[in-house]
Design a protein around this ligand. Sequence first.
Ligand SMILES: [Zn+2]
Ligand SMILES: [Zn+2]
Length: 250
Amino acid sequence: MTRISESELVLPSLYLIYLNGGKITMAELIPLLTNIMKPTGRDLEIIANRNDTYFSQKVRNLKSHKTLEKSKYVIYDGLYFHLTSLGKSFINENISTIQYLFNSSFEYEDITTACKYISKGSKRKIICYDEFITEGTTTIKEQKIHIRSQKLRDIAIEHFSHNNIISCDCCGFEFKSAYGPKYGVDCIEIHHLKPIFTYDDDDITKTIDEALSNLLPVCPNCHRVIHKHRITPELLPDFKNEINLNRIIL
Ligand SMILES: [Zn+2]
Ligand SMILES: [Zn+2]
């Protein structure tokens, strides 16, 4: 089980300061970070004789170790953490990746791994395409990623289609039988079980292979519920089971 380090908390913290209008107190930051990161395992355990979990202790350390300020993206005025202009431009540059990462029902371990890559400035880039992501500003970089993700979507649809038919992996809904061949096309959505990373630009086959094992064709209804209730891959069997149970009752 991967545990998060303080430096990996920088990115989600910046995002939360940004969402909070550019400034945040420690008391506000702890529950918000816990909410978007959903720590598990040892990070969730309460430290003996303390009110803190290992996770919230690490959040507090951001202040005592000045971890956020060292990033040059944040200044602390004794009460509030403020985003610096450098911090704001960093967030604006990475906003689609960040939103994809924190709004996609990924598991804690996947988020911490992704934070590691991003904070290290790794060459591996996240392909952040999900139906819920609205297109951001069209910088060249983002366009490139968007084209990649469109390609990935096409490949995924081909991969999951059998005899030209693709159905929802959760409830079995199939657009063509419901809406006919004229309107029942291109409506399936692709959910990402794990964040999809590119390998170095050349190794597209490796990227696609890894991506396909982390994608799921779903209908918009199931997709909505998955995101609304942050159904992680671990909870998917239970989700499918619920669907079946309710189907029998109906
Ligand atoms: Zn469905
Ligand atoms: Zn999704």
